[in-house]
Design a protein around this ligand. Structure first.
Ligand code: ARG
Length: 453
């Protein structure tokens, strides 16, 4: 039994129905659709467009549908095209004629825009909580390994010793930006489009500001055409989610490298590693690899929505239906990724002896030698050249820099004294850093303390 076809002489073709319906995506919107309808009915009642009895009947019918959904009894039928018509039809079965008044001064165009906004608001709240939990897991790992020293890398080449905690605190910074991006986005999502109708508003005495308030939205639309066609918030959400996912992917890649036998800096517990079907010795970090693997799809969803929006003429266009699926899919994937990453980090142990050994490579102390000379008033560029010459000398002699004698050092700069030999120690190197935001031990301890762990 198809809906809304009294003015038509034919039924909608079956395969066309199968093609245009959006019940799969709408599964995720049932709760917010009902929430929006309850607010709409309440507003209609306040404005005298529904009697108290009609409104009460509608609200209680909607609540019944919500409980039916929770028990699995309310299932969307593709013949009714979308969640909106499914709810309306079920409401009519439940409460009869009063159901026919719910859609007063409303179109599915403002209704679906509202649903997607409410859905995104809920997802942002969840992502914020998950990012906070992930930050806590990272802080905890940093605090528990506050003394661990490891090589810091540029170009994936050993650069200078850093504290493991400093690297973990760097991840906190990325996530803090992701959190702020979601938070900032909230004010552009929490704008109610309800009351815009199909695109022109209505002559009926509705109060869109009241609907907005009832829904806890921060504001109400300004322009009815824009209200039904604006999906900027969804594109922005997908950007914020993609950016966050790119950060998770970078973290995942870093951990996969650190967990390799070649590095051996960290070990994931068995709770987050998987076996090989062929090689008995394997313990693979598949969960974080999948976090990395999900990112491409999220970036794809962002490109998807932007491509959909770019060709649309002003006003509601049915193409907008296609903006729901990427948002819903990404919200699910990002939640999963944030969750798994927090579990992986909580289960990760740091092999501080291995990181210290790798950080003890004397080549990484050359910058400290340069700073030693600068402290003796040698111009920086000259100090850099003198240490470069020292590096070449050691290489040609095939010895480690730390094996050179003071006399040999002094061939390259007369400023070297006995204390220069003590620089070849990664702990000395990280302790010596004092600048703002550096890996200096005191700085990193202060950051860890500011995180409350
Ligand atoms: N099912 C549509 C969607 O999900 C909303 C319906 C609007 N359809 C219309 N013909 N005005 O976006």
């Amino acid at each position: 039994m198809q809906v809304l076809r009294k003015a038509f002489t034919q039924q909608l073709d079956q395969s066309v129905t199968a093609f245009i319906n959006s019940v799969d995506a709408d599964q995720a919107l049932i709760e917010v659709d009902i929430q929006g309808s309850i607010a709409h009915a309440t507003m209609l009642c306040q404005q005298g467009l529904l009697t108290q009895a009609q409104a009460a009947n509608i609200v209680s019918g909607l609540q019944t549908i919500l409980s039916e959904y929770h028990t699995g009894a309310f299932v969307l039928n593709p013949v009714f095209e979308d969640v909106h018509m499914n709810v309306e039809k079920r409401l009519e079965q439940l409460i009869g004629q009063d159901a026919l008044r719910l859609h007063t001064a409303r179109s599915r165009n403002d209704q679906v825009a509202l649903d997607l906004r409410l859905f995104v608001i809920g997802q942002i709240a969840q992502h914020k909580a998950q990012i906070a939990a992930l930050k806590t897991a990272i802080n905890k790992s940093a605090a528990e390994n506050i003394d661990a020293v490891m090589p810091g890398y540029t170009h994936l080449q050993r650069a200078q010793p850093v504290l493991f905690a400093h690297a973990m605190h760097a991840f906190i910074e990325l996530l803090a930006r992701d959190y702020c991006r979601f938070e900032d986005l909230e004010k552009r999502v929490a704008i109610s489009p309800l009351g815009a109708g199909a695109q022109a508003g209505t002559g009926l005495p509705i109060d869109p500001h009241l609907s907005a308030k009832l829904l806890g939205m921060q504001s109400c639309f300004n322009n009815s055409i824009d209200a039904v066609s604006d999906r900027d918030f969804a594109a922005e959400y997908l950007f914020a989610a993609s950016m966050c996912s790119v950060h998770l992917s970078q973290m995942a890649e870093t951990f996969v490298i650190w967990a390799s036998r070649e590095f051996g800096f960290i070990t994931f517990s068995d709770a987050v590693t998987t076996a090989s079907s062929l090689m008995p010795q394997k313990k693979n970090p598949d969960p974080v690899e999948i976090v990395r693997g999900k990112t491409g799809g999220m970036i794809g969803a962002l490109v998807n929505i932007l491509s959909t929006l770019k060709g649309l003429p002003l006003g509601y266009n049915r193409d907008l239906q296609e903006t729901k699926e990427p948002v819903i899919k990404v919200s699910h994937e990002l939640s999963g990724s944030l969750n798994v990453m927090a579990i992986a980090i909580a289960s990760m142990s740091v092999n501080a002896d291995v990181t210290l050994k790798a950080a003890s490579d004397p080549d990484m102390i050359t910058t400290d030698l340069v700073e030693y000379l600068v402290n003796k008033s040698v111009p920086f560029r000259r100090a850099h050249e003198e240490v470069s010459a020292l590096v070449v000398f050691a290489r040609e002699k095939a010895v480690s820099l730390s094996a050179l004698t003071l006399i040999e050092l002094q061939q390259f700069s007369k400023e070297y004294e006995h204390d220069a030999l003590a620089l070849f120690d990664p702990v000395v190197s990280v302790t010596a850093k004092t600048s703002h935001g550096s890996t200096g031990v005191a700085k990193v301890q202060a950051v860890a303390a500011s995180h409350g762990l």
